[in-house]
Design a protein around this ligand. Structure first.
Ligand SMILES: [Zn+2]
Length: 388
């Protein structure tokens, strides 16, 4: 397919064609109406308009016919002028939920979309078997039109609000238990939810929103509530966290800073993962070194412990004067002494055989008592403290 225009335009057209036209549109363009439906799930009006002109070029080249795109261009143009609300507030959601009743065809799609941020096509493509009520999650593995946009599947969590809706539905009419299997689509038939949604907004007395706006609402509120951008990005099925951040500039400055920080961290994590994949022998080397260091530390701890048992193992408790096994003895720092090292029955992690002197110095600040008396001492010190 050869496109006309300046080099950058041609490149953009080719990319749009490969991603959105070629996989969907038949050569004669006869299924244009359906394809526009697909586009409208995820694309902005400006992109759809561009795709319409690309489709026209394509059909002209393959069949020599003029594809009639006038109706669509006109309609898309109109929908752009309305500038639908991007995201609802909490109180608007409450008002909207109140007017969408359980027998409304919009009921299930609305609650799923607002609680999970799933795309329209994904909501309509859900099967009952995709729900995992035990693990409280939904497997998003297809769109009504086929694959998900990224071609990958993902899990989204079921919020407590959505759980209530789903449990009620589950035991209602649309649940097929007869075969011991939850089979079939959750949303019975494909329909354009936007007119229903607009009517509901009007009835609720709130700003009008389109179905895609429910996805924006979910993302915006989740980020505003301080949810991790990484998590939100995973829920939305974005390939990169940066996509999520680019789309939701309107969240507060603070959480945006957080978003960048976390995106950076996530990036670094991915880089490290990739590095490990590329350098298996270096990873092996590091692991071997780490094992050696750990073994040495363990050995040192044991040597310290042996030394302490040898030196203090038969010393009786200062309080009750009894001799106990070493594991029941504590070095109790006397009040007023500053604790620089923790010395327990197992020695100390930082201790090496070379700094026995350091341990002995610390022991001069301590009383050797049994664990039982140590506990009594601690309790009494606590009681003696003035109540604040
Ligand atoms: Zn004691």
């Amino acid at each position: 397919m050869k496109f006309t225009g300046r080099p950058n335009t041609i490149r953009a057209k080719e990319s749009m064609f490969r991603n959105w036209v070629e996989p969907h549109l038949s050569e004669d363009g006869s299924n244009l109406d359906e394809v526009v439906d697909v586009w409208e799930v995820d694309l902005q009006p400006a992109s759809i308009k561009a795709l319409l002109y690309i489709s026209k070029e394509y059909v002209k080249e393959t069949t020599g016919k003029e594809l009639d795109i006038k109706q669509h261009v006109k309609r898309i143009g109109r929908s752009k002028q309305q500038v639908p609300t991007k995201a609802l507030t909490h109180s608007e959601i409450v008002a909207l939920s109140a007017v969408i009743e359980a027998d409304d065809p919009l009921y299930l799609p609305f609650h799923i979309a607002i609680n999970t941020g799933m795309r329209r096509g994904e909501v309509f493509g859900l099967h009952w078997a995709d729900l995992d009520m035990l693990k409280n999650r939904i497997l998003v593995q297809r769109s009504y039109y086929g694959e998900t946009k990224s071609g990958k599947s993902r899990y989204v969590p079921i919020s407590s609000a959505l759980e209530k809706v789903l449990v009620a539905e589950t035991f209602g009419k649309s649940y097929n238990k007869s075969k011991g299997k939850r089979s079939g689509s959750m949303v019975k038939s494909l329909f354009d939810p936007n007119p229903y949604l607009r009517a509901a907004c009007k009835e609720a007395g709130i700003r009008e929103i389109n179905f895609h706006g429910l996805r924006h609402t979910f993302a915006t509120l989740a980020l505003e509530a301080g949810r991790s951008p990484v998590l939100v990005s995973k829920c939305l099925g974005h390939a990169a966290v940066s996509t999520t951040i680019d789309l939701y500039w309107n969240v507060t400055g603070e959480s945006l800073d957080m978003a960048f920080l976390e995106a950076k961290q996530e990036e670094r994590k991915e880089e490290r993962k990739e590095w490990r994949k590329q350098n298996p022998e270096k990873v092996q080397e590091l692991n071997t070194a780490a094992r050696a260091v750990n073994a040495e530390m363990k050995e040192n701890k044991e040597r310290i412990r042996d030394y302490l048992i040898e030196r203090y193992g038969s010393t009786p408790c200062m309080d009750c004067d009894k001799v106990f096994r070493w594991c029941a003895m504590d070095f109790d720092h006397r009040p007023g002494e500053t604790k620089e090292l923790k010395i327990g029955a197992r020695g100390h992690q930082k201790a090496t055989i070379q700094n026995i002197a350091l341990i002995e110095k610390e022991i001069t600040k301590c009383d050797l008592v049994c664990s039982n008396c140590h506990r009594v001492r601690t309790q009494e010190r606590h009681n003696a403290k003035p109540q604040s």
